[in-house]
Write a protein that binds this ligand. Structure first.
Ligand code: IPM
Ligand code: MN
Length: 352
């Protein structure tokens, strides 16, 4: 066992540094409950660095992270000054792909009924885990432009689906279902994307046979989106491809308190994995001290789960429940506190 867990911190742009500061406050508060000490190393990758010296993901960074770190705590990337957000794509997608973080795990969990716009839905109705494939699909970057910037232009993004890539995300979803309500639903579009999602369907049928006590079902993604709004209680574990997962998890955030509450993990089990709030850099909120730190703090909780620190993670879970109950929250979820006051309230409750 490691004598310390090495955690890289990439606070990034926009509200990233503000929410990461709160996550670090909470980490400090739960320190005594850690089985293994955590050592943090800060990395300055982001828009400022890019504008200064052109660096996105420095060479050697992937190897360094993979070999010397157990996890990455990530804030957000995105800045209007950077054309086409090349730094954000290079760094975030670079880490997802380069570290082969094939599971994008995004819990959709309603903590209080007052946070959902869905009439009559209770916390027990909105509690699902989305497994988004995170290393291929339409995000693979395979394609190009032909006759660019002419009236004859052709633009292609290939949808890459490998048997191995599909199988491993499906298996991860089935394994997770064991510890929950034992239901896996796959969202695909095999009725239109017959080749790519035909592979998903065939692989799903095969993998499902290995998990006979898990109820396996599938919905076309358009229906899945509708059902997440109409009857979210149908879902336990939802597994899908990269692009559909991107879309469905924003919908998931919207029904469970908004992006300020949505945490995520980009995971390769047992290897260096990255944890980040789903909200992005939110430039219009940056520097005002008003953004919700809970998504980042809940991402830290997922990071601790990844490190096997279940007791520390449970402390954070209870602390978040506490601030929700007492309405010690930021304005986006109906509270009156600043980012830092909310973070402090969670840190205090986590310590208690
Ligand atoms: C997310 C984001 C990213 C994605 C962007 C910034 C490339 O929307 O993490 O959901 O599409 O995956
Ligand atoms: Mn997204």
């Amino acid at each position: 066992m490691n004598k310390t867990n090495q955690v890289a911190v990439i606070a990034g742009d926009g509200v990233g540094p503000e929410v990461i500061a709160e996550a670090k406050k909470v980490l400090q508060a739960i320190k005594p409950t850690l089985k293994t000490p955590i050592e943090l190393s800060e990395f300055d990758w982001g828009a400022e660095r890019f504008l200064r010296d052109g660096t996105t993901l420095p060479s050697g960074a992937l190897e360094d992270l993979r070999d010397s770190f157990q996890a990455i705590l990530f804030g957000a990337l995105g800045d209007k000054r950077v054309p086409e957000q090349i730094h954000a794509r290079d760094i975030l997608l670079g880490l997802r792909f380069g570290l082969d973080l094939y599971i994008n795990l995004r819990p959709v969990k309603l903590l209080d009924e007052r946070f959902t716009p869905l009439k009559g839905k209770q916390p027990a109705d909105i509690d699902l885990l989305v497994f988004r494939e995170n290393t291929e699909g339409l995000y693979a970057g395979v394609g190009g432009n032909f006759k660019k910037n002419s009236s004859d232009e052709i633009a292609i993004n290939e949808d890459i689906n490998t048997r191995k890539g599909v199988e491993r995300i499906l298996r991860a979803a089935f394994v997770a279902a064991y510890g929950r309500r034992k239901k896996v639903c796959m969202a695909d579009k095999a009725n239109a994307l017959t080749y790519a999602h035909g592979l998903w369907q065939r692989t799903f049928a095969e993998v499902a046979r290995d998990y006979p006590t898990v109820e396996a079902s599938h919905l076309y993604v358009d229906v899945a989106a509708m059902e997440m709004v109409r009857a979210p209680e149908r879902f336990d574990v939802l597994v899908t491809c990269n692009l559909f997962g991107d879309i469905l998890t924003d919908l998931g955030a919207a029904i469970s308190g908004g992006l300020g509450m949505a945490a995520s993990g980009n995971i390769f089990p047992g290897r260096c994995s990255l944890f980040e709030p789903v909200h992005g850099s939110a430039p219009d909120l940056a520097g005002k001290g008003i953004c919700n730190p809970i998504a980042a703090i809940a991402s830290l909780k997922m990071l601790l789960d990844h490190l096997g620190e279940s007791s520390a993670s449970a402390h954070i879970g209870r602390a978040i429940e506490h601030v929700v109950k007492k309405n010690l929250l930021t304005a986006d979820v109906g509270g009156k506190l600043s980012t830092s006051q909310c973070g402090s309230a969670i840190a205090d409750a986590a310590q208690a």
